[in-house]
Ligand binder design. Sequence first.
Ligand code: G4P
Ligand code: NA
Ligand code: NA
Length: 194
Amino acid sequence: MKLLEQRIKKDGKVLSNQVLKVDSFLNHQVDPQLMMEIGKEFSKRFADEGITKIVTIESSGIAPAVMTGLYMNVPVVFARKRKSLTLSEGLLTASVHSFTKNVTNEISVSQNYLNKEDKVLIIDDFLANGQAALGLIHIVQQSGAQVAGIGIVIEKSFQDGAEMLEKLGYRVESLARISSLENGKVTFKGQKAE
Ligand code: G4P
Ligand code: NA
Ligand code: NA
């Protein structure tokens, strides 16, 4: 997605060979106009999948997921990373290990919001090692619903997540695919390093 690549070039900050900071439009301040275009693009790419529900994880997955839900006219459920006060029974859970942060979190979704008739589109902001996506897949599977695809805003293709999910048979659509962050530069897949 050209608009997103341009925005990453313009406002993304390369923190290291592994990490891209996009706090000004995705992870802290959010650009609603850009999120709208992102939602439109995901809804176009997954239009033929019969999606009935979108599942994401708090916090940064919520903005692109809600915009996608708006365009697809389906509800959006976000997995929680902390136990909610009012939500304790009937939870579907999975543990998600972050290699980046070296912590394991229990994530959860109420079983009220997923059922076996659902065809689920999983949305997230970043795909690195794919552990968050895998946790969401496990939660969807526990409900008996089907994962129809995975939509990612920014894929770091030099990490293992995309390949791992594709090997498992999932359709992964990433709107920006970064092949390298070396030398302080963002290089997109299919583009020659500058
Ligand atoms: P994985 O799920 O693909 O295995 O990724 P990982 O454990 O490495 O990611 C942990 C957190 O760091 C996630 O956010 C993920 O979105 C984020 N992340 C991973 N790589 C990058 C990167 O290069 N840049 C940025 N900006 N974020 C990255 P989180 O902790 O769940 O945060 P949030 O959703 O509340 O913002
Ligand atoms: Na994040
Ligand atoms: Na995320």
